[in-house]
Design a protein around this ligand. Structure first.
Ligand SMILES: Cc1ncc(COP(=O)(O)O)c(C=O)c1O
Length: 365
């Protein structure tokens, strides 16, 4: 990235978790231009079938397990969350929602209601009723999911909590508890999908499949689009009594769908997610210093933890001054975010780590 004076910056956070195939990827840019030449917005999503939406949905479904066969495109991640919560209530006829402490699902009223951090919510009450918060990766709390629960909404890897990876056994127990009680499992993969953790979708690490999958961020290859994806059976609940269970004017914008399909093709044709594990290892090998308390995460979704926010902020500021863009996490201010475009080279990783370590040396001592 370049600023208005022409200074170059290396992007270590993909703004945020979006630019998985890099900035200005020519294949994505050309797909956007081609679609703009054909048409932009025509009609409210779903009223008429539009080719870019169909082609993109077909491609997504071809890469997902068979239970995830119906795609509803939205404008954003938060709108995907709203659609999914509504869908779960309609399908189950239940009202209770289980969400997690330190979660982040977006900033609209429904998404804010399931955010597990009181600081960001208190000014907007009353929010949605019937939400219970439980602790992430805590087996005992699974007992709170019961026959009253419409859905459990959870990030497959918690992002804004500072990149918390759950245990495989926990995710499998969560899936089993949802099956037992009839609660729908909503996996928010808005930050974790499209190779970020080294698999196309992070749920593949855990051997589970959600009832509803949420996508956004990297979904559009740099253009704004989100999606909630489920089975035809579950999605059909939005069709009747009343009809038009979720309406969106711009959701699935044809230019965004063309961009998203192109980005997905780049990701797959270039095997980008296969390169992620060695890149993770290189970051971990480089980022060793007495002031670094821990490097946490999976793939190219990492958190570098320091003693305090003050220290972290000074290190981040110094990195930005030296041309490496990074930041901290909404619910974890003492950790630095590392989530670069997946195309980052090994050489670029070494250079970025040199800048970080120089900043740590300077600020910590
Ligand atoms: C896990 C997760 N869910 C949902 C959202 C909300 O997406 P959007 O900002 O597109 O509304 C975000 C955004 O950061 C996110 O990280």
């Amino acid at each position: 990235m370049y600023d208005s004076q022409g200074n170059a910056y290396m992007d270590l956070i993909s703004g945020i978790g979006v630019s998985n195939v890099g900035h200005g990827n020519p294949y994505v840019v050309n797909a956007i231009k081609d679609q703009v030449d054909k048409y932009m917005h025509l009609m409210v999503y779903g009223e008429y079938v539009q080719t870019p939406q169909v082609r993109f949905a077909e491609k997504l479904v071809s890469l997902l397990p068979s239970g995830l066969a119906s795609v509803y495109f939205t404008n954003s991640g938060a709108e995907a969350v709203e659609g999914a919560l509504k869908l779960a209530k309609r399908f189950t006829g239940r009202q209770q929602i289980i969400a997690f402490n330190n979660s982040y699902h977006g900033s609209t009223h429904g998404a804010l209601s399931v955010m597990g951090n009181e600081v960001f919510k208190q000014a907007y009450r009353p929010l949605l009723p019937g939400i219970r918060f439980i602790n992430f990766n805590n087996m005992d709390d699974l007992g709170f999911i019961d026959q009253q629960t419409a859905c459990v909404i959870v990030e497959t890897v918690q992002g804004e909590a500072g990149v918390r990876v759950p245990d495989i056994g926990y995710m499998q127990a969560l899936r089993a508890r949802c099956n037992e009680t009839g609660a729908l499992l909503i996996l928010d993969e808005i930050q974790t999908a499209f190779g970020r953790t080294g698999k196309l979708f992070a749920f593949e690490h855990f051997g589970i499949v959600p009832d509803i999958l949420l996508l956004a961020k990297a979904l559009g290859g740099g253009m704004p689009v989100g999606a909630f994806i489920s089975s035809h059976k579950i999605m059909s609940a939005l069709k009747e009594n009343p009809i038009l269970g979720h309406i969106t004017t711009f959701g699935g914008h044809p230019v965004c769908c063309a961009a998203g399909l192109a980005a997905l093709e780049v990701l797959i044709n270039d095997n980008l997610f296969d390169t992620v594990p060695e890149k993770e290892i290189l970051f971990r090998e480089n980022l060793i210093h007495p002031a670094i308390k821990q490097v946490r995460g999976k793939g190219l979704m990492l958190a570098v933890e320091f003693e305090s926010f003050e220290l972290n902020k000074k290190i981040i500021d110094r990195c930005i001054e030296n041309g490496v863009v990074t930041d901290w996490f909404l619910h974890c201010s003492n950790a630095m975010r590392i989530a670069p475009p997946l195309i980052i080279s090994l050489d670029e990783i070494n250079k970025a780590c040199d800048v970080i370590l120089e900043a740590v040396e300077l600020v910590a001592y």
